[in-house]
Ligand binder design. Sequence first.
Ligand code: ADP
Ligand code: MG
Length: 262
Amino acid sequence: MSRSIVITSGKGGVGKSSLAVCIGREFASRGKRVVLVDTDVGLNNLDVIMNVENRVLYDLSEVMHGKCRLSQALTQDKEQDNLFLLSSKGYQNDIPPEFLKKTVTTLLSKFDYVFIDCPAGIDVGFHKAVSVAKEAIVVTTPHVSAIKDASTVINILKSYSLLRIGYVLNRVRGDMVVSSAMAEVRDITDALEVTPVAVIPENDSINTLSSLGVPLKSNSDGGMAIKIACDNIENGTSTLIDLTKRYKGIMGALRRLIKNKV
Ligand SMILES: Nc1ncnc2c1ncn2[C@@H]1O[C@H](COP(=O)(O)OP(=O)(O)O)[C@@H](O)[C@H]1O
Ligand SMILES: [Mg+2]
């Protein structure tokens, strides 16, 4: 059965759009048909992260105004044929929630996964994006301000009748967790009171997706974490990669020392 999942956060800049692209590409590589709907008003940048900004011909607003068909506003990813983007540059001002809902319903009949990339904050754009999804994934980093905002968002999400709410802990540094400079996953899970869907490391390839356009290596920590995230999303499980393992013991202490000197 097709699924609509909003990717949200509260705080901006925590990695929603980057992870939407990575997760979308991983599912697409598994043969799933995936569409990313960009509802991040004004700051919409999925096209940039996917490196397809020159390919986008129409956006959701133009579909609504009858300037094109929905299929014409779907931009295919360069890396994965099964992944598409629905850009929404004019979304905030003139797209009523009913039209967004109708669009998502149509997309659900054609795609296995519809991921809705949500704007930061808890304003009207957030509510519009959440109201058209059946499930939610909240992205946070291990920083106190991001966790606080994630917690606020989770409480609001609980007032919607969503089938599932999970969270992704992004930009984790195993060496900092071992040296107690970064919070542990289980403490963040206790604070947020929702199931973790993934722990994603701080990763240069994720950081440079838009600038270098180099695919995430599947055997890197980042690539493995994205694969596990997709397994969890698909199966409703909560298996997490242990990013601290290589920084424990004598060899681990050496690695931490070297990493801190770089
Ligand atoms: N796991 C990660 N490792 C390193 N950099 C990351 C990671 N996730 C996101 N980033 C970087 O963080 C910045 C914000 O990410 P973005 O996906 O635009 O966040 P949001 O959509 O939540 O505003 C971007 O520069 C992105 O490359
Ligand atoms: Mg974004």
